[in-house]
Design a protein around this ligand. Structure first.
Ligand SMILES: [Zn+2]
Length: 523
């Protein structure tokens, strides 16, 4: 039974949706559903993603409101220091094969939510569940909630999961649909998790059933297919996939009684996890490191012999120094020098201790020992740390030391740090570096470049994302019927604000809701 009597809320996440492409499709009459919502709503054009601007990191931030320093998901590939292995969330089919199909399935489906996403943070599904709000989602990377769901196997993934003895139950929203693996009820929809281009229609089908039966107060309606289309053909060629996403959202709205009735009964948020930019050059970052050091391979057990682990995350990368002591410091120095010399590296960043020396995590020093962060571009450096000095556009304060030009930054009104090229750069870099699973050195790639992943694959000739730049990072945030929402209320919106907007809508932060939560825990 639902205790919620107010307006329902649908959060629509269109993977890799660029604001200019959304506007172009709406203006051309190609996306009538998004158009009708935009007419009734308030569109923020430049909502900023996280760093690296890739889906696992961004959707974790969107659903928890926390940044990677707290939610702990650091990339699409990252090195697990405790388990001494790479975690891979499916950079490409080739990468999945290299890292192991079964291992990757565990990482994406089970570990990402149940183990990697920090238990110290809560998702909107968990918070709303505690407050007695009925939650639902169509397939989305982050789904951790308060209801247990047994594995229910159908279709193609059945054999793989059985071979892997994958029988794990997960905790998700009240209504969880995750392709072939989890479905909280029987729906006449064909799950096709692994096949791009068919996932939006699956969301639409599930959404129709949920709307008809009135099964949610909060629905995360995920439309992932645009990402694949944009990777393949480039972000300027996404009109087709936006048109299809528009039609799929339209099916949900029709099932709820049409646009007018839908908007009477629902508030809506439409957003993207990140944007995309064209890529035409490969950066073979694993090979570049392997020419100089022993790089940990995914397939070998020889952890003790490796100097570095390299984690490509599309247009970003992380270098983990495995050697410790004097050798570790030499590797850290050499890694920074190598990165500075590589075509395709735009900037790199690392943490430093109170003496200004790079903080070496292999000396078992946690990020919290860091005194400052250093970001370097074109041989110039900027040092920064949270402090009492310069404000950024989101109101955080920083102590800055060095060349603001490193981040193309300027001081607006002599007081506010602004960078058009690297939006929200200081907070995004800081959170990425302070993350428990962060590399020792983080890299953001130059325009047009993408890292070749562990499977040897890239999206060169198409689109990609991951970097700190505006092109990869800024997407739309459209709010419709959301009480009190004012797009001008913030100088810089972030995808992390989405969780707060959801909380606010359901007043999950109010005392009353907290009482409900306390009762629920006690009971
Ligand atoms: Zn992508």
């Amino acid at each position: 039974m639902s205790g919620w009597t107010g307006r329902k809320l649908v959060l629509v996440v269109v993977d890799s949706l660029r604001t200019d492409m959304l506007e172009r499709c709406v203006a051309g009459g190609l996306a009538p559903v998004f158009g009708a919502l935009a007419e009734r709503g308030d569109l923020v054009r430049d909502c900023v993603s996280t760093f690296p601007s890739v889906t696992p990191v961004a959707t974790s931030e969107m659903t928890t409101g926390a940044r990677p320093d707290l939610h702990a998901i650091s990339g699409v590939n990252w090195f697990h220091r405790v388990e001494r292995r790479y975690v891979e969330y499916g950079s490409s089919f080739e990468a999945t094969r290299t890292l192991g199909l079964i291992r990757t399935l565990y990482d994406i489906v089970y570990d990402m939510n149940m183990s990697h996403l920090s238990p110290e943070v809560t998702t909107v599904f968990e918070r709303l569940g505690d407050a007695g709000v009925r939650t639902a989602c169509t397939p989305f990377l982050i789904f951790r909630g308060r209801r247990r769901h047994e594995l229910g196997l159908e279709g193609l993934l059945r054999r793989v999961a059985l071979a892997a003895s994958f029988r794990h139950a997960v905790w998700g929203p009240d209504e969880l649909f995750y392709g072939e693996l989890y479905a909280s009820r029987r729906v006449p929809c064909k799950p096709t998790l692994a096949r791009p281009g068919t996932r939006d229609p699956y969301s639409a089908c599930v959404g129709r059933e949920l709307a008809r039966e009135g099964l949610y107060d909060f629905l995360l309606f995920s439309l992932p297919d645009n990402d694949h289309h944009s990777h393949r053909y480039g972000p300027e060629e996404t009109a087709d996939s936006i048109v299809r996403a528009d039609a799929c959202l339209g099916e949900l709205i029709d099932a709820a009684g049409g646009m007018d009735r839908f908007c009477e009964e629902h508030a809506v948020i439409v957003c993207a996890d990140h944007a995309q930019t064209n890529v035409g050059e490969e950066l073979r970052i694993i090979d570049a490191f392997a020419e100089r050091w022993r790089v940990l391979r995914p397939s070998t057990e020889r952890y003790g012999e490796a100097d570095v682990a390299v984690s490509p995350s599309a247009r970003a990368a992380a270098i983990y120094v495995l050697a410790d002591g004097v050798r570790g410091r030499r590797v850290h120095d050499g890694a920074r020098q190598l990165l500075a010399s590589l075509d395709g590296v735009d900037l790199s960043a690392w943490l430093a201790d109170a003496e200004g020396n790079p903080l070496l995590r292999s000396d078992t020093r946690p990020a919290t020992e860091a005194a400052e962060a250093v970001v370097e571009r074109g041989g110039r450096q900027l040092r920064f740390r949270p402090g009492a000095g310069t404000a950024d556009r989101r109101g955080a304060r920083w102590d800055l030391d060095g060349d603001l030009g490193v981040l193309d930054g300027r001081l607006e009104g002599n007081a506010t740090f602004v960078s058009d090229r690297y939006p929200d750069a200081l907070a995004r870099l800081w959170a990425a570096l302070m993350a428990p699973n962060a590399g020792d050195v983080l890299v953001s790639l130059a325009d047009g470049y993408e890292c070749v992943d562990w499977g040897g694959a890239s999206h060169v000739g198409g689109g990609s994302h991951g970097s700190l730049t505006a092109e990869d990072s800024l997407g739309p945030l459209l709010a419709v019927g959301l009480d009190g929402f004012d797009g001008r209320a913030r100088a810089q919106w972030s995808i992390g604000d989405v969780a707060g907007l959801v909380d606010q809508h359901f007043s999950t932060g109010t005392e009353e809701a907290q009482d409900v939560r306390a009762l629920a825990r006690a009971g």
